[in-house]
Every structure is written in C-alpha cells, then in structure tokens.
Design a protein around this ligand. Structure first.
Ligand SMILES: [Fe+2]
Length: 185
C-alpha cells in the first residue's frame, strides 16, 4: 500500500477495518447459504481463519494494542477501565472465537457434527463481535484518538504502524494477507 498513512492517528487502522469487515461479511454470507442447504466450503473458511488470525489479530490488533492504545494512555486515558479496557476485552473474545474456529475446522470437514456446530457457533459469534467492535472503534474510540494524538506524536505513531506493517506474520507479509482477502472475496 502506498497511501499516506500520516494523515491521522487512525487512518491506516480504519482502512484495515474495511478489509476485515469485507471478509467477515463474506463469511456471514457463506454461513447463511450453508443454513439454506449449500455445503460450507471449508477451504475458504480456513482462509478466513488465517486472515482473521494474522491480519485482523496479529497485524491490526497488534498495532492497536502496542501503539495506539499506549499513545492514548500517554494522553491520560486508562488501560484498565473505560473504552480501552473494553476494546482489549473484545480482542480477547475475538481470539477465543477464532481459536475455536481453527480447532474445530478439521473435525467439521471430516463430518464431526459437534465440531461443525462449534465452528458455526464460533464463526457467528466472531462476526457479530467484530462488526460491533469495529463500529465502536470507528465511531467513538478512534475519533477520541484523532483529537488526542496530533502533530509530532501522530507522526511517531504512524512510523510505528509502518514498522509493524513491514513485518511478516507467520511468514506472510501484510500484502500477502491482503491478497488472501482478495482470494476469499
Ligand atoms: Fe480495530
């Protein structure tokens, strides 16, 4: 990506939200079709799990937890109560849903009904959680961050984002994961 991410404290994160939402909506559509009798494509579900684990969690939540939230704490917000605490709790809930999806995928694929139920329940839970979570960040927390982290602090934060985005996540670059999303979609 070549966009200028130095425009605000949250621009790159808001942009990543859109891709996460697109994949979540795609999976939601697959689950709805499955309920209507179309067999679930487990390969694509597996790609969604990889995307959620590496892009949404490692790359995206990593930047929020290690850079944005500490930046807001430096401006006086608490990590232990209020909106940041809620966001951290929801990240943990999301990780648990994705771990359940990953843990039940192969069982579901091989016809284990319990694993199939676990996979679908966790996927439904994750989609509801992430849609609501992103709405709260985009409309509340990130607006607070944009007002709080400006000037030199914002430039420093964005340099940190660039550094994380330049890493690999289990051997995949951010661009690899964006391509994975394109394949899913
Ligand atoms: Fe986020």
């Amino acid at each position: 990506m070549t966009e200028n991410h130095d425009s605000s404290a949250t621009a790159v994160l808001r942009e990543e939200h859109q891709l996460i939402l697109s994949v979540a909506h795609h999976l939601k559509g697959m689950l709805a079709a499955d309920r209507d009798g179309a067999p679930l494509d487990y390969d694509t579900v597996g790609q969604c799990i990889t995307f959620f684990r590496l892009f949404a969690d490692a790359c995206h939540h990593g930047k929020e937890e290690d850079l944005l939230f500490p930046g807001m704490e430096a401006q006086g917000m608490s990590r232990d109560t209020g909106p940041i605490a809620v966001m951290l709790y929801e990240h943990d809930q999301g990780r648990a849903f994705v771990a359940t999806m990953a843990g039940s995928l192969e069982g579901a694929r091989s016809g284990d009904n319990q694993a199939g139920d676990d996979l679908r329940t966790a996927a439904d839970g994750f989609i509801s959680l992430i849609v609501d979570h992103i709405s709260k960040e985009d409309n509340i927390l990130f607006n607070m961050a944009d007002g709080m982290i400006v000037g030199a602090e914002c430039v420093k934060l964005c340099a940190g984002y660039e550094e994380v985005c330049g890493r690999t996540f289990e051997g995949r670059t951010k661009e690899d994961l964006e391509r994975l999303a394109e394949e899913i979609l």
